[in-house]
Design a protein around this ligand. Structure first.
Ligand code: KG4
Ligand code: ZN
Length: 344
């Protein structure tokens, strides 16, 4: 069994994965309540929460999966990219437990984890029939919007990425402007169901450009302008329309670029993962596009889409099986390493 540890941002998550890639246990502790008063993630608060939560959560996941340390043959931990203080808690814990139990550990890239979430299986879930490498992976969350050709475990080619804000950040900032609470993506999604996608005209940046990059900062500014142009008494009644139109702009751009990437690469297996892949409209548009293109789309269950340690354990499992391990001098890094994927 592999123990996975994820502490790169504001979720403390631990998982036990069997050597054939089946999730035996997954526990995540969400810190939303601690960050809500500040309207966003406070790095110092996040690392303190990880420190308090992580070890008891590991004990709990071992119990839940009827496992003890004698069954754990390796530890996988997110070591990059992320908030440095948060990453440090996970990395130091993984090193210490590896040393104490005399087992190998490996630091993995969080975004690689998101991509591999498409392959996770458990007692109640299997990836779609026929889904596997090579596949097209769109990892879209509060911290990243990256599009990859995933050729084999550990072999990823970056096709495009956001030039400024991540899609989840665009959702969260818009929700903040509308005072919908934190994290806001899910609130925008909920209100959008009662709104008109065409009520407001929002920009689709880079949509027709001949590249696979994204940009959401202009959309954010347009969102702010649209809110400012409404009279205070209009704002409440127009909020569903604002949410539907804003969400449509994000979902449309994401799916159009996914389609373009599929045409360019010829890949017929697609996945959309990361917290934003929970978005109802994005799921609908991606599903329709996959059907039209005769592609197999893996939309992992939510527990594997949002930040979780099962995906980290799977990324580590491939590496450990391949003989790769980290040494005790591994440091966490705020950014990806040049060797994590082939650049554009
Ligand atoms: O993957 P994740 O849990 O953490 C990061 O690595 O960022 O993603 C969190 C992001 C947040 O920005 C959140 O607002 C967004 O995913 N999100 C959504 C929805 N559910 C979560 N965005 C749009 N619609 C949703 N239903
Ligand atoms: Zn993430």
């Amino acid at each position: 069994m592999i123990l996975g540890i994820e502490t790169s941002c504001d979720d403390t998550s631990v998982a036990v994965l069997s050597l054939d890639g089946e999730v035996k246990g997954l526990l995540s502790a969400n810190q939303d309540a601690a960050h809500r008063p500040f309207g966003g993630v406070v790095p110092e608060v996040a690392s303190r929460q990880h420190t308090e939560t992580l070890l008891p959560l590991i004990e709990q996941v071992l119990q839940q999966s009827h496992t003890d340390w004698s069954h754990i043959t390796g530890i996988a931990v997110t070591s990059r990219p992320g908030l440095i203080g948060s990453l440090l808690v996970g990395v130091v814990t993984a090193k210490t437990l590896a040393l104490a139990n005399q087992i190998p550990f490996i630091g993995v890239n969080h975004i690689e984890g998101h991509l591999l979430a498409a392959l996770l299986k458990d007692a109640t879930h299997r990836p779609p029939h026929g889904f596997g490498f090579p596949f097209l992976g769109l990892a879209v969350s509060g911290g990243h919007t990256h599009l990859f050709a995933c050729e084999a475990p550990g072999r990823y080619k970056l096709l495009g990425r956001t030039l400024d804000d991540a899609a989840g950040e665009a959702f969260d900032k818009f929700a903040k402007m509308l005072k919908l609470g934190f994290p806001g993506g899910v609130q925008v999604d909920r209100l959008a169901t009662q709104g008109d996608t065409k009520a407001f005209s929002f920009p689709r940046a880079l949509l027709h450009e001949d590249n696979l990059n994204f940009s959401f900062s202009g959309l954010k500014t347009a969102g702010l302008r649209a809110i400012e142009n409404l009279k205070p008494q209009e704002l409440q009644t127009r909020t569903p329309d604002l949410c539907a139109s804003y969400q449509e702009a994000i979902a449309e751009v994401l799916v159009e670029k996914l389609k373009k990437a599929a045409q360019q690469t010829g890949l017929k297996n697609w996945t959309v993962t990361g917290g934003v892949s929970a978005n109802t409209r994005l799921r609908t548009l991606a599903t329709e596009a996959a059907q039209k293109a005769n592609a197999t789309l893996a939309l992992p269950p939510l527990r594997y889409c949002t930040d979780n340690a099962a995906m980290v354990a799977l990324a580590g499992l491939y590496k450990i099986k391949n003989g790769e391990t980290s040494s005790q001098d591994l440091s966490p890094a705020a950014s990806a390493l040049p060797t994590d994927w082939t650049p554009k």
